[in-house]
Design a protein. Structure first.
Length: 371
């Protein structure tokens, strides 16, 4: 399904050529980067990456970017073992703390080199076997291809929250009503380059995509149960995500306040007309002074608090942006070819601040490996 009036730029018959190594510069195979935010997934991330490599080898060149988002288990050690096993196919980024899924994805996108970039979860709910299907779809000329599910294997509360989230996104982001904003998606290089230009401390990936392009496709895929653990999305995190979408990527709150002010002015005009009618027809009893004063005070105080809270949210986000709050901070990174048997090199810690890589003053010896 396509959510644009434009026609795909090209529509090739997908005939996979023979396998070609990852490092061959003249390879006709497109490079596919798979970005996986990792959080407490030590029991699943290794088998997931092994399955991805088995599924995609021979059809695409592969780069897997693993972003450890402050895991409290041994996920980082599992990612390092993957790096040792698969070499330069694995790029491992360990963040200094938990920044959230969207920030972790932004960190991965900044180090993804592929012609196409797949974003998927670390828990096998997005089957590796479905990645190839989505890549074939985006090769038809789409900028982005989202997955859609015939049946979601989430908890009923999570499914309800997802439906509410999509309805809100249709209203706030002008999203096509039948497009499901799944975390399992694939983007073209063009879209990735636009997304990583976003400099705010609270990125919401789908909003950035929707303001970049409407050349969007969708593919029906399977959705499996989690292999281990529980979802990291709590009610508080979902509410925070909704608030970020509404405040950071739309003017609807301000327009809502403006509409509310217009209604208040209209009601004030009607009350003035009512007062004139009461004055002209003395037989109709009018409300007491205390009732009118009390109702007015509560009404206008409530409106004042509402306006102050919304304006304060915008001012707070402006302050955070000017205060250089980072999207993420990298503690260590493993990527590129391993030279002379060395696993690490000493390089400065890197933070993503307002869209720029800022080198910290301290050198983290033998803890960061960059290109």
């Amino acid at each position: 399904m396509k959510y644009t009036n434009e026609q795909p730029r090209w529509n090739p018959e997908h005939q996979p050529p023979p396998p070609i190594g990852f490092n061959e510069p003249e390879s006709p195979l497109p490079l596919v980067s798979v970005v996986i935010p990792v959080f407490n997934a030590e029991g699943s991330i290794e088998s997931l990456c092994d399955r991805l490599i088995d599924e995609l080898t021979g059809f695409w060149r592969i780069q897997i970017v693993l972003v450890d988002d402050g895991s409290t288990d041994r996920s980082a050690a599992a990612c390092q073992r993957l790096r040792e096993t698969h070499g330069e196919r694995i790029t491992f980024i360990q963040l200094a703390r938990n920044f959230g899924e969207h920030n972790a994805v932004m960190a991965g996108l900044n180090y993804a080199d592929g012609d196409y970039c797949v974003i998927m979860d670390d828990d096998f709910q997005n089957p590796p076997s479905e990645v190839h299907k989505m890549l074939v779809e985006i090769a038809k000329g789409y900028d982005v291809v989202y997955s859609r599910y015939q049946e979601k294997m989430h908890h009923p509360f999570r499914n309800l929250a997802s439906r509410l989230h999509n309805r809100m996104a249709s209203w706030v982001l002008n999203k096509p009503a039948d497009l499901y904003l799944s975390s399992f998606k694939v983007m073209s290089r063009f879209v990735v380059q636009q997304v990583i230009q976003y400099t705010g401390p609270d990125p919401y990936l789908d909003a950035i995509i929707l303001r970049t392009t409407r050349n969007i496709g969708a593919v029906t895929v399977q959705h499996h149960n989690r292999q281990q653990g529980e979802s990291g999305y709590t009610l508080a995190k979902l509410v925070s995500l909704w608030g970020n979408m509404v405040v950071a990527f739309s003017l609807y709150p301000l327009r809502l306040v403006g509409t509310f002010g217009f209604i208040m002015a209209a009601l004030g005009l009607l009350y003035g007309l009512y007062t004139l009618v009461i004055w002209a027809i003395p037989d109709i009893p009018e409300p007491g002074e205390y009732q009118k004063l009390n109702a007015s005070m509560w009404f206008f105080r409530g409106c004042t608090l509402l306006v102050m809270s919304i304006v304060g949210e915008y001012v707070g986000r402006i302050y955070m942006h000017l205060n250089s709050a980072p999207q993420y901070i990298i503690r260590q990174m493993l990527s590129g070819p391993v030279r002379n048997g060395a696993r690490f090199s000493a390089k400065p810690m890197v933070a993503r601040v307002n869209g720029k890589s800022r080198k910290e003053a301290a050198i983290v010896g033998e803890s960061v490996l960059c290109h």
